[in-house]
Design a protein around this ligand. Structure first.
Ligand code: DQA
Length: 143
């Protein structure tokens, strides 16, 4: 199974940005964690991070007919981007949303997730483990 894993804006700043919220491990550690989790599940992963909404839309469109599923942490675009929601709906791939922090326990503007409306599952507030859960969910699905 081929899974596209997308991380949105400022996820590349892990380890530096608000460590009390996002932890002390850096982005390279997250990517290594995701690769390990995918290997455990026998999945191939394509990793993509961008700070640009349109680049994320382009990458979701790229996945059409190439990937079998999408794991996405749209970061701040979660709460604003109808374009990312529409792209996920357009390609129609099984998608799973991940957030490192518990967005529902934070500011009210983080409580809405547009991307989540196109996702089958959401793993929220589990740190890196949320990515493992998402990959396990996608690889465990009957297809
Ligand atoms: C985040 C939560 C978002 O609200 C925030 O803008 C992020 C990261 C998370 O993984 O907890 O950048 O998606």
């Amino acid at each position: 199974m081929n899974i596209l894993v997308i991380n949105g804006p400022n996820i590349n700043m892990l380890g530096i940005r608000e460590p009390d919220i996002y932890g002390k491990q850096d982005f390279a550690a997250l990517e290594a964690f995701i690769r390990q989790a995918a290997a455990e599940c026998g999945a191939q992963v394509e990793l993509f991070q961008s700070n640009h909404e349109g680049a994320i839309v382009d990458k979701i469109q790229w996945a059409y007919r190439k990937m079998d599923g999408i794991v996405i942490n749209p970061a701040a675009y979660t709460h604003t981007s109808v374009a990312i929601l529409d792209a996920l709906k357009a390609v129609g791939l099984p998608a799973v949303e991940v957030h490192l922090s518990d967005v529902n326990a934070r500011e009210e503007f983080r409580h809405i997730s547009y991307a989540g409306m196109a996702c089958e599952k959401s793993y929220i507030g589990m740190g890196f483990e949320g990515y493992r859960a998402a990959i396990q969910y996608l690889t465990g699905k009957q297809r």
